[in-house]
Design a protein around this ligand. Sequence first.
Ligand code: UDP
Length: 421
Amino acid sequence: MKRSAPCALRVFDLSFTLSGLLLLAPFWLARGLLALIRSGRLFERTPLLGRDRRPFAQLAFAGAGPGRELALLFNLLRGDLALVGPRPLSVTEAATLPAADRRFSVRPGLFSLYRLQQRTGIAYDTESELDHRLIEQLSVRSNLGLMLRSVVAGLMGGGAALPIPPQLDFFGVPIVNTTMDEAVDWIAARAVSTPTAATEHDGKFLLAFVNPDCLNIAYRHAPYRRILQQAARVLPDGIGIKIGCRMRGLGLAANVNGTDLFPRLCQRAAQDGFSLFLLGARPGIAELVAENMRQRYPGLTIAGVHHGYFGSDEEAAIVARINDSGAAVLLVAFGVPRQELWLAAHHATLTPPVRMGVGGLFDFYSGRIPRAPLWLREIGLEWVWRLLQEPGRMWRRYLLGNPLFLYRVWQQTRQEGKTRE
Ligand code: UDP
C-alpha cells in the first residue's frame, strides 16, 4: 500500500482526536476532576522520546482507577504521539538503538504492528523488524485497518500483561510456555546432537502441538493424553489456548503453532545442515511441500517424503525408509491423535532424534488449502477461515469444541480455586 504524506496522517490523527475529545468530553472532564480532587494534580507524566528523539511527557490522569489513558488525547492533540506508529521509548531504551534508527523518523504511536501481533501471540519477528515494516506502510487506510484489527485482537487475545509462567497445564497436559525462536533453537539443538550426548528422553524427542480441539480429545482419550504427558515438549497452538490462559489469569508467551514454526525450522535446517523427512497427507502433497520449501530455503535437505495413506503391512518398510534417510527431524501429518499414536507406537524403532505431529500442515505448504490471510490471524480468527473452508468437517471442532474447551478451563480454574481455599 502507498504511504500517505505526513500531513495527511496528521489530519487523520487530528480529526480522530478532536472527535474523541468531543464525544468523550463528559468522561475526560469527570476523570480530570477526580484526579484533581483525589491527588491534587491533573496529570502524571512519563518522560519519553518522540519523533527525532525529541523528549515529551506522556500524560495519564493522576491517581489509580480507570480512565487514566483518556489523557493521551492531549498528547495526540499536541502531536507528541500519533495514533499509529512505533511504541514511544524511554531514554534508556532508545540508547540501545543506532542513532539513525528509522523508528525516530516518525511520531511514536498508540497502535503498532508489534503490539497488535503480541495481543494474539504471533509477534514472531522482533519489535524493530515489525516497526520498520509499519513505517513502510503508514497510510490513512492501513492505519485505520491496524486500529480496527488492534481492537478486535484486544477482545480476542487481551491487552493487559499477565504473568507468564514457564509451563501451563490444561486438564493434566503440561504445555511449555515459550517463544517461537526458543522453540526452533530447542529443536535445532536436539536435531544435531548425537544419541550418546543426549541423555534426556533417550535422545528421542517427541514434540506435539496442541489446540483446544487436541485438548478436548486428550480429555477423553487416555492413550493420547499419556503420550502428551510423556512427550519431550508440548507447544501451544492457537488463540483458544491464549483465551484459556487469560481465563486462568496467565499470559501466553507466544502462539507456537506448527504452521508458523515450519518455515522457521526449514530455514534453520538449511543453515545448520540437518535434514527433514515429511510423512503424511494425500499422495503427491509431501513432494510439493518439499519442492516449495527447497525453493524458499536453498540448501535445505528434505531427506525423504511419503504419503500418509498406507496399510499396516507397509509400516516396517516406511520406518526403515525414514531411518535410512538419515533425517534428523521427522514430521508426521496424519491428524490428531493418529499421528501421535503412530509416533508412540514406533518410538523405539524410529531413529530421527526429533519427531513431531503436524496435522494439516502439508496441505497448507503444498498450496492445496490456502492459509488464512495475515489480517485474520492477527485478530485471532484463523479458525473461522478453517471453518468456512471445510464446514462439514470443522463445525463440530470449532462450534461445539471451542465452547466445550472454555467450559472445561472454567471448571479446572474453579476446581483449583477450591483446592487452594
Ligand atoms: N491424513 C493422512 N493419513 C490418514 C488420515 C489423514 O495422511 O490416514 C492426513 C490428511 O491428508 C491431512 C492431515 O492428515 O493432510 C490431517 O489434517 P487435519 O487438518 O485434520 O489435521 P489437524 O486438524 O489435526 O491439524
